[in-house]
Design a protein around this ligand. Structure first.
Ligand code: G3H
Length: 215
């Protein structure tokens, strides 16, 4: 299958993208490995982590052949987009609409998850060529706001990010979202004592709640 479609299919089948935003590359890599062991097949490594591009390069080379989509997050411009694509990123994520970033990704046929909040931003992002639209931030409006946006825009693949947990993921899917982005619920499960096996357990628990919510 065409690579861009395969990546989108992986994200769609996963129903959840793991957002790895941590303090350094070493912890990010350990968390990513533990989450992959727990079943995650779509992960974004945010560029806010020093050395993130090398983490993307290593994870992508190691797990890409096994069907894991390794993306880059917090890709704010076309320069970062190109660098991440060259490092092997399977998809790019931004918290905002940046048409030049989306254009660069589409030039190389790499899918994008583009941040939006208002109906205007959602539609502009779709028109700019984004594949998936990330509802961000979610803390203020929450699930009721997502329902209001989705009422006229149910045809758009919307993925909320921020505050998604095993407790509320069912409600998010019931609101009509196409998938969810989850971060700290899984990526910080190793704290405070450094037991990374808890990340694997949190990943399994979260993905099983996603599967149940989508039945
Ligand atoms: O960039 C962070 C994402 O919005 C994830 O948020 P979260 O840690 O609340 O899941």
């Amino acid at each position: 299958m065409y690579k861009k479609l395969r990546t989108l299919q992986t994200i769609d089948e996963s129903g959840a993208v793991l957002i790895v935003r941590l303090e350094n590359a070493d912890v990010a890599e350990r968390v990513a490995e533990a989450a992959i062991a727990g079943g995650f097949r779509a992960l974004e490594i945010t560029l806010s982590i020093p050395g993130a591009v090398d983490v993307i390069r290593q994870l992508s080379a190691k797990h890409g052949p096994n069907g894991v989509a390794v993306g880059a997050g917090t890709v704010l411009d076309e320069h970062s987009a190109y660098e991440c694509i060259r490092a092997g990123a399977d998809f790019l994520v931004s918290p905002q609409l940046n048409p030049a970033m989306i254009r660069t990704a589409n030039r190389y046929q790499v899918p994008t998850i583009s941040g939006a909040y208002t109906p205007t931003e959602f539609v502009n992002s779709a028109e700019a060529g984004a594949d998936i639209l990330k509802l961000f931030p979610t803390e203020a409006g929450g699930i009721p706001y997502a329902k209001s946006v989705l009422a006229p825009l149910a045809h758009l693949p919307i993925m909320p990010a921020g505050g998604v947990t095993v407790e509320n993921v069912g409600e998010w899917f019931a609101a009509g979202v196409a998938g969810v982005g989850v971060g700290s619920y899984v990526t910080k499960a190793w704290q405070p004592d450094g037991d990374f096996s808890r990340v694997t357990e949190a990943a399994k628990e979260f993905l099983s709640a996603v599967a149940e919510a989508r039945q």
